[in-house]
Design a protein around this ligand. Structure first.
Ligand code: ATP
Length: 454
């Protein structure tokens, strides 16, 4: 069934819409703000419903954050102008507030019955929500395309923040199970004492505190896909139960003698070496072999040199939209830092650094200090090719978009501590008045220098 994300800051309406749509068997997630919506990866849904007037935020920003997923906007009479703008900017339809249940259901069903932006028809074959076109990622996309329809267990390996959950979502979307649930569980985030009952469910009275019977997440994924992130953290007892699910499709709730049958496709992910964990007795070898039918290996960001700047650019645009700071750009020095840094937290860390940059940038450019990358972990930037055919590629940092404004900012920031305003203006070939005006426009306030004023 289709997955819908509701973005609405008013709690009662948010819950009422959720209940209404869930009664029609849609899978619904809710968010009260743009940030909360962004954290739920809006591009992985089938439809986003968004109020245009979120508390202090502009709901039209959801259009850019969700693209290419259809966005249905909600508005009352006081913001009709905004609704017209949203429709012009690509919203698929508009629901009038106060909302009418039948109107909501009819509009949702109409929008969802239109042909969806299909994965396979995306020009580059890049799964929805994923960025990057380097050779290693092309191999990942090809693996996803071939593996998804095969309905086999998949083991996704990669460091933290490399996109393992995005791969699981793409596998599910491209599989025959796409209309059934995808249940994502981070095994490391659930306390060891609770994990078995969370996964496999329990009967009433099975243990202290089990006041009622509960369905586990494996059963909730019946007919669909179960994504177990950080599977290396699963305790041995839970591993034994999981093995039974994989071998026989059998599940037994904690405290129950009754065996139930489930049809679940398992996608597991880990940043650890399960084979060596099995040698030390921490992971069952038989489970490892069961999981390891197909592997998808995600490269760390530092090995995706060809991709880093284009990923940064896309993530930067998203962050600019989120924080209503359109048009911010990375300074040359910031791009060099991005290329030279080792990115132990991978794409997630890059996303966070850019978010920081967008929030802290004072002018139109994001400088290294705004990104705040830890100095000790920066590496030398990738070496320039021995005989650069294009001087603009010096240090591997493309220079093609280094505008006069970039140059101006860079020059002023680099020399203002040592030069007076007159010297700076002379070197730049402009008048002092012009220097002052540009400082104002670009948001580079004059810093007090140790030199006497000119
Ligand atoms: N190739 C990619 N394209 C776009 N965004 C990405 C990519 N890889 C990771 N991200 C972003 O980085 C963040 C982390 O991604 P994800 O949760 O899929 O990583 P993970 O490998 O499962 O991490 P962990 O192991 O820590 O759970 C998300 O915000 C995701 O959108």
């Amino acid at each position: 069934m289709s997955r819908i994300l509701i973005v609405e800051n008013e709690a009662s309406l948010r819950q009422a819409l959720k209940d209404l749509l869930e009664r029609q068997a849609y899978h619904v997630a809710i968010a009260a703000s743009l940030d909360a919506a962004q954290a739920l990866a809006p591009q992985t849904f089938d439809l986003v419903i968004c109020d245009l007037r979120l508390a202090g935020e502009d709901g039209t920003q959801m259009l850019a954050l969700s693209a290419p997923i259809p966005v249905l906007v909600m508005t009352d009479h006081s913001s009709l102008r905004k609704a017209v703008i949203a429709l012009k900017e690509g919203a698929v339809d508009c629901i009038a507030k106060p909302v009418d249940d039948d109107d909501v259901l009819a509009t949702v069903s109409r929008v969802l019955s239109r042909p969806a932006p299909r994965e396979a028809s995306r020009p580059s074959g890049v799964p929805r929500g994923m960025i990057g076109e380097c050779a290693a990622m092309q191999r990942v996309y090809e693996r996803i395309r071939k593996t998804a329809p095969a309905d086999v267990t998949v083991l996704v390996q990669g460091e933290s923040g490399t996109g393992k959950e995005l791969v699981a979502r793409a596998l599910h979307r491209q599989s025959r199970r796409t209309k059934a649930p995808l249940i994502c569980v981070n095994c490391a985030a659930i306390p060891e004492t609770l994990i078995e009952s969370e996964l496999f469910g329990h009967e009433k009275g099975a243990f202290t505190g089990a006041n009622s019977a509960r369905t586990g997440l494996v059963e909730a994924a019946d007919g669909g896909t179960l994504f177990l992130d950080e599977i290396g953290e699963l305790p041995l007892d839970a591993q034994a139960r999981l093995l039974r699910v994989l071998q026989e499709g059998e599940i037994r709730r904690i405290g129950s003698v009754e065996t139930r049958y489930v049809d679940v496709r398992l996608i597991a992910a880990t940043h650890r070496d399960l084979h060596s964990l099995s040698r030390s007795g921490e992971f069952r070898l038989d489970l490892y072999y069961r999981l390891n039918v197909m592997q998808i290996e995600l490269p760390p960001l530092r090995e995706r040199e060809d991709d880093i700047l284009s990923i940064a650019q896309t993530l930067l645009e998203r962050a600019c939209t989120r924080h209503a700071r359109p048009g911010l750009r990375l300074s040359r020095a910031a791009r060099r830092d991005i290329l030279g840094y080792a990115w132990p937290g991978n794409v997630r860390e890059l996303e966070n650094a850019l978010e920081r940059g967008v929030i802290l940038a004072e002018g139109y450019l994001i400088h290294p200090d705004d990104l705040g990358l830890p100095l000790e972990r920066r590496q030398e930037p990738p070496a320039a090719s021995p005989e650069p055919s294009d001087a603009a590629e010096e240090d591997g940092v493309p220079d093609d978009d280094l505008s006069l404004e970039d140059y101006f900012q860079h020059f002023v920031l680099e020399h203002q501590a040592q030069m007076s305003e007159t010297e700076l203006a002379q070197k730049l070939g402009i008048s002092r008045k012009c220097l002052w005006e540009r400082r104002q426009r670009l948001g580079i306030p004059r810093k007090k220098s140790a030199r006497r004023p000119a």
